[in-house]
Each structure stands twice: as structure tokens, then as C-alpha cells.
Design a protein around this ligand. Structure first.
Ligand code: DAH
Length: 344
């Protein structure tokens, strides 16, 4: 009987050592120490043995049971730690791998970014930023800006009328009158926003576009102040070695009026035929001038004998197109991501 016990212990130890996973170890436990297993049965039967055998068999069987229990416990903790390790390896997340971009990060539209950049430049030059309505009265859009009743831009073929006496503003210049009416002089104001014209879209026109208006009204302002302001602006946007040039022009609400060109930043860099300025060397960026004194008649408390002012209106799309050498401003509103993602 003692031999059988020794044999059972050896078999059990071998089975325990051979178990490579927790379920296999549990099977070995049931096979050698379970309720129906041979060794526990043997232990239960010790009392029926002849007295002279009882002591030796009982001791041997008990020791075998303890040995097997200890072997199971040791194997259990070995398996637990190797299983944990395997699980950790399997579940490991390599935090250095790039994530999967399920939600692409957005960015500002190139026109929004350009608009904010220009606003920041004028804030830095001491202008405050104002916002105006896109639906404007005929009075603010044309009359108060010195447009004669026959002015062609009033035609329904040129301008979107919403209701009688109201238009989708054709420029941001109405903000000149609104800014002056908002408070006493001096005024240093910049205002950006959308404008609308019944233009047939082409490479340089869209029916909706963005302008930034500027107005300065104070004592003693001259064309030199206008030029200095716009030169400062041009150098911020297009590079510190830019020059500006003023060409005579006509606008109903400025006298004198000018168009302003900035020296081309693109062909200044390389001598090849330039697609930004079309080999002109200059890029037209805005209209400007000295505020026509007639405008002050529309604003209480603004004395045209005392005050002078300068103003400008610039097209944000044209400035962005020049800066990024975009050949056709319609591309800025097509919202083809392959194109838009190049900016910002
Ligand atoms: N409003 C003009 C346009 O849309 C641009 C302009 C010209 C604005 C001269 C001005 C200015 O403030 O002084 O064509």
C-alpha cells in the first residue's frame, strides 16, 4: 500500500509539472486530490486498516497529499505569473505608434485665417475692429457714400436688392458712415466682412467676397498717413522689403482716390516669369483715398472744416490669392480639401 502511495505521489507530481495552463492544473488536482481520487479515498479508508498498518499508511498518505497540495500551489503561482506576462504582452499598446485619425483635426479656412491676420495687423496699428450688417440700406451703401442717383452700381443688374431700399452690401464702405455715427472723432476703425455683387464668376471675381474696410478720421491726416499705414500693412503681409505705389483712380466717396499696388514678392525672389503679378512687378491690392468731405455732412458732430480722413477697402480673397500664388480665386470657395489642406 505504501508503494502505491509513493507511485500516486510521483504520478501526481508529474501531472502537476506537465500542466502548462491553469485549467490543466485544475484537472490534475481533481485527478489526484479530488473527492473521487484514489489518494483521498485511501486516506478515508485508513481507519479500517489493521492497527499495525494504520500509522505508517496514514502518515505516508498524508505526506503524499501535503506534497501534492504544495506542488499544486507552487505550480499555480508559476502559471499565474507567466499567464499574466503573456496577457500583458498580448494586450500591450505601443503608445509610440501613430493613432488612427478617425476624426481629422480641422483648421481655419484660408480666408478666415487671412482676415484675422489682417485684423490683427490693423489692431497693432491702433485701429479698432468693428462688425457691420451684410444686409445694408441703400442709404448707407450708396447715398451716404456720395454715389449719384445714376451711379451704375445701383442697377439691379449689378447689385442684389433684398427688399425696397435694402441691398446685400456691395462693399464694406458703409461701415465708414456707421463708425462715424457710433461716436465722436477721432476714429480709427477696421471692419471685415462679406460683400455681394451680381458679377459673373471668373478668376478674379466671385458673387460673394470678403473685404476689409479701414477708416481714420482725425485732425491733420494726409495722404502720407494713408501711405504709411498701407506700407506697414503690406510689409507685414508680403514681406519687410515690399514697397507700395499709389495710382490715381476714382471712387465716389474719396477725393483724391487711389489704387494701391504692392511690389511683387514672388518675382522679387526669382527672375522667372511670375504668375503672381504676371510680370508686372506690382500687384493691385486695394482702393483708397482721402475721405470726401461730403461724407461728414451725413454725420452729426463731424466738422468738415476741422477734420480730414483716409480710408481704404481691400479684397481678402485677392490678398490671399496673391500671398499663396493661387491663380483663380474661385478655388478658395470650392472647398476641395486637397486644395484647402495646403493652408494653415
Ligand atoms: N469700396 C470700394 C470697392 O469696393 C473700395 C474702396 C475704395 C474702399 C476706396 C475705400 C476707399 O474705403 O477709400 O471697390
Amino acid at each position: 500500500m505504501i508503494d502505491r502511495i509513493t507511485e500516486l505521489q510521483a504520478e501526481g507530481e508529474a501531472a502537476i509539472a506537465a500542466a502548462t495552463a491553469t485549467p490543466a492544473l485544475e484537472e490534475a488536482r481533481i485527478a489526484y486530490l479530488g473527492r473521487k481520487a484514489e489518494l483521498p479515498n485511501l486516506l478515508r479508508g485508513v481507519a479500517q486498516l489493521p492497527p499495525e498498518e494504520r500509522g505508517a499508511v496514514g502518515r505516508a498518505a498524508n505526506e503524499a497529499r501535503k506534497a501534492l497540495e504544495a506542488a499544486i500551489e507552487a505550480r499555480q503561482s508559476q502559471l499565474a505569473s507567466s499567464e499574466l506576462e503573456a496577457k500583458l504582452v498580448e494586450d500591450a499598446v505601443d503608445v509610440t505608434l501613430p493613432g488612427s485619425p478617425a476624426w481629422p483635426v480641422g483648421r481655419l479656412h484660408v480666408i478666415t485665417a487671412m482676415r484675422r491676420e489682417i485684423e490683427d495687423i490693423f489692431l497693432g496699428l491702433g485701429f479698432r475692429v468693428a462688425e457691420g450688417p451684410e444686409i445694408e440700406t441703400v442709404y448707407y451703401n450708396f447715398d451716404a457714400l456720395n454715389h449719384s442717383p445714376q451711379h451704375p452700381s445701383r442697377l439691379k443688374s449689378d447689385t442684389f436688392y433684398t427688399t425696397e431700399g435694402a441691398v446685400l452690401r456691395t462693399h464694406t464702405s458703409p461701415m465708414q458712415i456707421r463708425a462715424m455715427r457710433a461716436g465722436p472723432p477721432p476714429v480709427y476703425m477696421a471692419s471685415a466682412g462679406r460683400c455681394y455683387r451680381r458679377d459673373t464668376p471668373d478668376a478674379t471675381h466671385t458673387a460673394m467676397f470678403t473685404q476689409i474696410e479701414g477708416l481714420a478720421v482725425d485732425r491733420g491726416l494726409s495722404l502720407a498717413h494713408l501711405k504709411g499705414t498701407l506700407l506697414g500693412f503690406a510689409r507685414e503681409v508680403f514681406g519687410s522689403d515690399r514697397e507700395v505705389r499709389l495710382r490715381p483712380h476714382f471712387f465716389p466717396f474719396t477725393e483724391p482716390s487711389v489704387e494701391v499696388d504692392v511690389s511683387c514678392f514672388n518675382c522679387a525672389r526669382d527672375g522667372s516669369p511670375c504668375r503672381v503679378c504676371r510680370a508686372e512687378g506690382w500687384v493691385e491690392i486695394l482702393g483708397a483715398g482721402m475721405v470726401d468731405p461730403n461724407l461728414f455732412d451725413h454725420v452729426e458732430g463731424y466738422d468738415k472744416e476741422e477734420l480730414t480722413g483716409y480710408a481704404w477697402g481691400m479684397g481678402v480673397e485677392r490678398i490671399a490669392a496673391a500671398r499663396h500664388a493661387v491663380p483663380d480665386i474661385r478655388m478658395l470657395w470650392e472647398n476641395d480639401l486637397r486644395f484647402m489642406e495646403q493652408f494653415g
